[in-house]
Every structure is written in structure tokens, then in C-alpha cells.
Design a protein around this ligand. Structure first.
Ligand code: GLA
Length: 366
């Protein structure tokens, strides 16, 4: 066992299955080539020393003093993982951890889950604690839920830890069963265009928690453990809850249909399902903002096969399935539409499905 090492974990884009993970449903993300890199070294003095290439200052705290609230800002995602591991009885001691994050911040690409995942992998591996990747994902989620205070589901951490190159990760968030489905667009002349709308994330934490509460309440009223357990999309509920439920039920169905199409090598046909997902998130789940809606409309107008917001909503990114030859036209259409609406200039790039978290230094064989 070595005392130090470099670990990397990627951000993610969700192809489909939005706001289903905290309803025990299905998600279908890919990992991005963008990673958070953590350089870690064990210390014998029980102190956690955290620094980042993207921020000034150093956080130092003894691991025995870790409690929710004791560390704030970006360092809380790192300290929270050490805290969660120790809470579950794993012998994690002091560490020096230097973070270098290449996942764009605040764009809804899960830079925080990438940071948690890289940390979890680093401190367990260097402490000789052997945990399955799924268990690490749960630890990372617990850190975010209880130490940072964000009630997220398990999708982002799972994507970061479990995804494979050129594959999408179909995840049943109830059983944590996974299937790696080939997702390689280049051979068929297609690409996944990402539009970072640069829209300021408005109300995101409060609204996210409010959606979770709506779903929980609806499940309670309908007498099911989770919305995943419902048969039909139309339920007898007050209007707002009825629409929340309709989104979750139909979104789970869309995930299954997209997975089927991908397995059958019929990727072109997933376009309309992506667009339907966006409409459902806009009208029933109400987590879009004008920037997201304008981007989707512009992309479809320019010939995209399908487009939708990805991530939690209230800002962040839109993805579109486009012909490789249409990337320029689609990018231009979004830029023109944004300028016309008085929005900030969006950033467009194409994404491929990359590998999940890994050790990135060269470990000698002995
Ligand atoms: C955020 C959360 C995830 C998931 C998505 C919405 O990214 O961290 O757990 O709920 O929103 O699908």
C-alpha cells in the first residue's frame, strides 16, 4: 500500500432520466472527459489539510473534529467524504489533499460529485480500505446530503464512479443494478452537442428540495413506497402533484425506451424521447428557465434530432443529438437566439462518453 497517489473522477451528463433518482427510478448518464484530480498523501498527525489549484487558502482540521458545518465551501465536499467514511467505521486518518478541478463549475456537470468521488477513491485506496464502487457512491452521496446539506440523489456519484468509456450507464437507483450500454455516436455520424447556457443557477437548492418534497408527499398520498412503484402516469391528485408524478412516471418510461433503442443500435431514434423529456421537465416538473427553453428550441429549429436540458435544471446545460455535419449550424442558431433574447453568450462543445474514476499515477508493481 502506497502513502500517496493521484486520483481522477469525471463530471457527467445525463442522457435521460432527470429527477428520477430520488424516486427510486432509472437514470442513464455518461461520464465526461473532464475530471477533478486529487493528489493525496497520508499524514500521521490525524490532520486533514485541503488546498485547491482553483482557490486560495488552506483548510486544516483534525479528522476527529469533523462534524457537519465545521468546513464550508468547496472543502466541505472533500471533508464530508472523510467524515462519512469515518461515520461508517472505516479507519481514515489524516491526509494532505490537493484538488485540481477541470470540470466547469456551476454548469450542472457535477463537479461536486466528481470531487467527492475522487476523494473517496483516494482516501480509501491509500488507507487500505476496500469498498465496492457502489458503496463509495453511497458514501459520497451521504457526504453531500449530510455534511454539505444538499439532498441530491445517487446519479452523479454513480456516474462518476461506475461509468465506462464509450458506454452509457443504465442505473436502477433502487437496486443499484447497472448495465453498460454502448454509446458511441461517431461511427454513425452523430454527436452529442452540449450547450452551457451560462444561466446563473437561480433558486436551485431550494427548488430541488421542494421537488423532492412534492414527490415524497405524492407517494405518501398514493400509498406507494416511491413514485417508481406507480403503474400509470395519471393519478388523482391536486394539480401540481399530479404533474410532478406524471413527469417521474413518464420519464422512467422514456429511460427504458432509450435504453432499448441503444441496445438495438437505433440511436437516431432516441431524439424525440430527449425532446419529450425536456417538455415534461418544462411543463410538468417546472425546473427549466428561459435560457434552457430557448436553447432547445433553437437546436431543434436548426435540425437537431432531439434536445433537452440535463442535470437538476434552473440553469446549466442543454444536450442535443445532432448530425456531425450540423454542429456548426446548431451552434450558430443557439448563439443567435441567445443574442436576440439578451442572454449571456453560451458555450458549445461536443461530448463523448468517457471512463469513470481511476487512479492516475504510475504505481510500481511492488
Ligand atoms: C442533480 C442531483 C442528482 C439528480 C439530478 C436531477 O444533479 O445531484 O441526484 O437528482 O439533479 O436528475
Amino acid at each position: 500500500m502506497t502513502r500517496d497517489g493521484v486520483f481522477e473522477a469525471p463530471g457527467r451528463i445525463n442522457l435521460i432520466g432527470e429527477h428520477t433518482d430520488y424516486n427510486d427510478g432509472f437514470v442513464l448518464p455518461i461520464a465526461l472527459p473532464h475530471v477533478v484530480r486529487v493528489t493525496a498523501a497520508r499524514r500521521d498527525d490525524g490532520v486533514l489539510r485541503l488546498s485547491s489549484r482553483q482557490a486560495s487558502g488552506v483548510t486544516e482540521i483534525r479528522v476527529v473534529d469533523l462534524v457537519p458545518g465545521a468546513v464550508t465551501g468547496w472543502a466541505a465536499y472533500v471533508a464530508g467524504v472523510v467524515w462519512a467514511l469515518r461515520e461508517e467505521g472505516h479507519p481514515i486518518g489524516g491526509f494532505g489533499l490537493l484538488v485540481d478541478g477541470q470540470v466547469p463549475l456551476g454548469a450542472g456537470l457535477s463537479s461536486s460529485a466528481a470531487l467527492e468521488s475522487a476523494t473517496a477513491l483516494a482516501v480509501t485506496e491509500l488507507s487500505g480500505v476496500s469498498l465496492e464502487r457502489r458503496a463509495l457512491a453511497r458514501i459520497a452521496q451521504r457526504a453531500e446530503n449530510e455534511f454539505v446539506g444538499m439532498p441530491c440523489g445517487i446519479m452523479d456519484q454513480s456516474a462518476s464512479l461506475l461509468a465506462r468509456e464509450r458506454h452509457a450507464l443504465l442505473l436502477d437507483t433502487r437496486s443499484m443494478e447497472t448495465e453498460h450500454i454502448p454509446f458511441d455516436l461517431a461511427p454513425v455520424g452523430l454527436t452529442l452537442l452540449v450547450v452551457d447556457t451560462k444561466a446563473p443557477h437561480r433558486l436551485v437548492d431550494g427548488e430541488y428540495a421542494a421537488r423532492r418534497r412534492d414527490c415524497h408527499r405524492a407517494a405518501e398520498l398514493l400509498g406507494v413506497p416511491a413514485l417508481r412503484d406507480l403503474d400509470g402516469a395519471e393519478q388523482d391528485l391536486p394539480d401540481r402533484l399530479r404533474r410532478r408524478v406524471r413527469h417521474v412516471v413518464t420519464e422512467n418510461e422514456r429511460v427504458a425506451r432509450v435504453a432499448d433503442l441503444l441496445r438495438a443500435d437505433r440511436v437516431r431514434e432516441i431524439g424525440p424521447l430527449l425532446t419529450e423529456s425536456h417538455v415534461s421537465l418544462r411543463d410538468d416538473y417546472e425546473v427549466t428557465v428561459p435560457e434552457l427553453d430557448v436553447a432547445v428550441e433553437a437546436l431543434l429549429g436548426a435540425g437537431a434530432l432531439g434536445a433537452r436540458m440535463t442535470g437538476g435544471g434552473f440553469g446549466g446545460c442543454v444536450i442535443a443529438l445532432v448530425e456531425e455535419t450540423a454542429v456548426e449550424v446548431c451552434t450558430e442558431a443557439v448563439e443567435v437566439a441567445f443574442a436576440g433574447s439578451g442572454f449571456a453568450k453560451p458555450e458549445c462543445w461536443t461530448a463523448v462518453a468517457a471512463a469513470g474514476a481511476r487512479r492516475a499515477d504510475h504505481v510500481s508493481a511492488v
